[in-house]
Unconditional design. Structure first.
Length: 280
């Protein structure tokens, strides 16, 4: 059994950790409210163009052998399994595409995705990966730079992976497959015309469509990253709340153990005093 001094020191250290995790939960709560407002404000900006492309004909994966996987993760940890789950989804996606005969290039945005995927899939990394996106403050300009890097080399498909916020205690990895120039060329002309002719373009479609594709890719990255930040903060709130509760439970158990040891020592000392008095 550990000494009373060791138990007391451990109680103090665990209690201090509990105070830190409780403070981190409060900080995450404030950041969550701010990031949620940004996410909700950004949706009306990005949703219309994304919804337009989502209504276009689906592209068969076999017709587009090259895929660029854009992984939008966080730069910080202590938020549960949110980053490891996203990295697992990216690994599965990469292996499935390669088993089907396709070529995959991975563009990581966030230090956690870089560190999680580097060991097994480091040879597939794009040279233009971004390690710390949140350090400079994420905005649409940052999303445009990421989208430009994703479009370099004209891949057949762009797969944007991010964490999707479901509720305060729930999130899920999401894979959004974006249209590219190669996908437009591979689409059936009849189906394509039927979908596009429902809209009026000014200037004509052939003049604005390349710019619209770039804007659509940037909107997908922008919307996905804001969604991922909200998911990160909610996951960190839950993780810090669990850590605070666990520290309270550990302190309670250590207090009970300390009191038992202290009581046993007092009882032993009393027995020794009584035995000494009886011997005289």
């Amino acid at each position: 059994m550990a000494s009373l001094k060791a138990i007391s020191m451990r109680m103090k250290s665990v209690s201090n950790i509990g105070k830190i995790t409780s403070a981190m939960k409060m900080v995450s709560t404030a950041k969550f409210k701010h990031d949620e407002r940004r996410w909700l404000a950004g949706k009306p900006f990005a949703d219309p163009v994304c919804n337009f492309f989502e209504k276009l004909p689906a592209i068969e994966s076999g017709s587009l052998p090259s895929t660029k996987v854009v992984v939008l993760s966080s730069d910080k940890g202590m938020c549960g399994a949110i980053n490891s789950g996203l990295a697992k989804t990216a690994r599965i996606k990469t292996l499935e595409e390669e088993q089907a005969g396709g070529q995959v290039e991975i563009l990581c945005c966030g230090s956690k995705s870089l560190s999680a995927l580097k060991r097994l899939l480091g040879d597939r990394f794009s040279p233009s990966s971004f390690e710390e996106c949140q350090a400079v403050g994420f905005n649409f300009t940052t999303a445009s730079v990421i989208a430009e890097s994703a479009l370099n080399g004209e891949p057949g498909r762009i797969s944007v992976m991010h964490n999707h916020f479901v509720s305060m205690i729930s999130y899920e990895p999401k894979d959004v497959v974006c249209y590219t120039k190669a996908a437009v060329k591979a689409a059936a002309p009849a189906d394509w015309s039927k979908a596009v002719d429902q809209y009026n373009f000014e200037p004509p479609t052939w003049e604005v469509f390349d710019d619209l594709l770039e804007f659509y890719t940037a909107c997908t990255v922008f919307r996905g990253y804001l969604d991922g930040i909200v998911s990160e903060q909610s996951a960190r709130m839950a993780a810090m709340d669990n850590a605070s509760k666990n520290s309270d439970e550990i302190v309670e158990k250590l207090t009970l153990q300390y009191n038992r040891g202290r009581q046993a020592r007092i009882t032993t000392e009393l027995c020794e005093i009584i035995a000494g008095a009886s011997a005289q």
